[in-house]
Design a protein around this ligand. Structure first.
Ligand code: NAP
Length: 325
């Protein structure tokens, strides 16, 4: 048993493993906690983005059990330590290929290791979406970012824009008030999708203003020079164009589920989320379960991810028991 938080230590693999969990956000780590306590000795492959999206989240105020709130990375560390208390092993590696159709399942890691597993829980999360403009791609890392928490610090006393009208956009805007001089939330409609409390906070913050009905046509600037210098915006009602002078653009327009490796094997919905059966986490493949943002187009909360992680571990445990009886 590897009961250590040091994932640089070599981990020995069973052949086959009982249960491999792919992903180490709240879904994967909660699945590991439950499966570990059930004695399944789960193996977590934590991936390149260990901890998932919570690692980019400042204050989490709505995870039950933390009355004063908690920083995202600390919440992950707590979940991780709790999972490691039992028989979980965590590997700092990335899955590069999966064959989930047969038995046992086969997972190839970036290190070259091939792991065979009786059951698999997919908890690979979701990735930030960009607008898809060539100018945006050109300036990524030079003033264009999808992570205000990671990059906000670099915009001290500068004017920046946040794109989007959901909770992420307003959370980013509010976070950026600690660094930037002004934040313009650029939204394509005239009303916000974000929750009421976030709207109230953003609308009442003197550093935050809104560019309503505004589409970003182009990100202006030169990566070889000063980076982003402004955004060319079009008013959706009048068609009028204008330049918003900013030195940073934070894109916060949602996320896409991380399903590249399994999209030809596992049933997905129209938006790419894994489809699970009824109230369970069972996918279309026997012995393959899904948890967290990769299967949740609706709620996308840390607590719902943890909840589905719990369900996936219980579903996997029951399925494994049925196979061996
Ligand atoms: P979201 O709720 O889907 O909002 C995405 C926003 O981006 C929408 O306002 C959408 O505009 C806009 N958008 C999408 N594609 C666009 C495009 N191509 N160009 C311009 N704008 C575009 O995503 P989210 O804000 O990431 O939130 C996801 C979930 O996580 C939600 O359930 C949210 O409540 C939750 N969340 C909660 C918190 C919190 O409680 N602190 C923080 C972050 C996220 P339209 O409105 O016009 O569709």
């Amino acid at each position: 048993m590897t009961d250590s938080t040091d994932t640089s230590l070599p981990v020995s693999f069973a052949d086959p493993e009982n249960l491999v969990i792919v992903g180490s956000g709240p879904a994967g780590l909660t699945a590991a906690l439950y499966a570990g306590r059930a004695g399944l000795q789960p193996l977590v492959i934590e991936g390149m983005m260990a901890g998932g999206q919570l690692m980019d989240t400042t204050e989490v105020e709505n995870f039950p059990g933390y009355p004063k709130g908690i920083r995202g990375p600390e919440l992950i560390e707590d979940l991780r330590s709790q999972a490691l208390r039992f028989s979980t092993r965590i590997v700092s590696d990335e899955v590069t290929a999966m064959d989930l159709t047969g038995h046992p399942k086969r997972l190839t890691l970036a290190s070259g290791d091939v792991i065979r597993a009786r059951a698999v829980i997919l908890a690979t999360g979701a990735t930030a979406r960009y607008l898809g403009l060539p100018s945006e791609q050109k300036l990524r890392g030079y003033g264009v970012s999808a992570c205000a928490v990671c990059d906000g610090f670099f915009y001290r006393d500068q004017d920046v824009a946040v794109i989007g009208g959901g909770d992420s956009a307003l959370e980013d805007a509010l976070f950026l008030t600690h660094h930037a001089r002004s934040i313009t939330v650029v939204h394509r409609r005239d009303s916000l999708r974000a929750s009421k409390i976030m709207q109230e906070r953003a609308l009442s913050n003197p550093k935050i203003s809104f560019a309503w009905n505004s589409q970003v046509l182009e990100v202006l600037g030169d990566p070889a020079d000063a980076g982003v210098t402004g955004l060319r915006l079009r008013d959706a009602n009048t068609g009028a164009e204008r330049v918003l002078p900013v030195t940073g653009m934070f894109v916060a327009i949602g996320h896409d589920p991380n399903t590249t490796l399994i999209r030809d094997q596992v049933d997905l919905d129209g938006a790419g989320f894994i489809v699970t059966r009824g109230q369970t986490t069972q996918t279309n493949l026997e012995g393959v379960f899904a948890a967290g943002d990769v299967m949740d187009p609706r709620y996308k909360q840390a607590i719902t991810a943890a909840g589905t992680g719990c369900k996936a571990a219980l579903d996997a445990e029951r399925w494994l028991m049925e196979q061996s009886s």
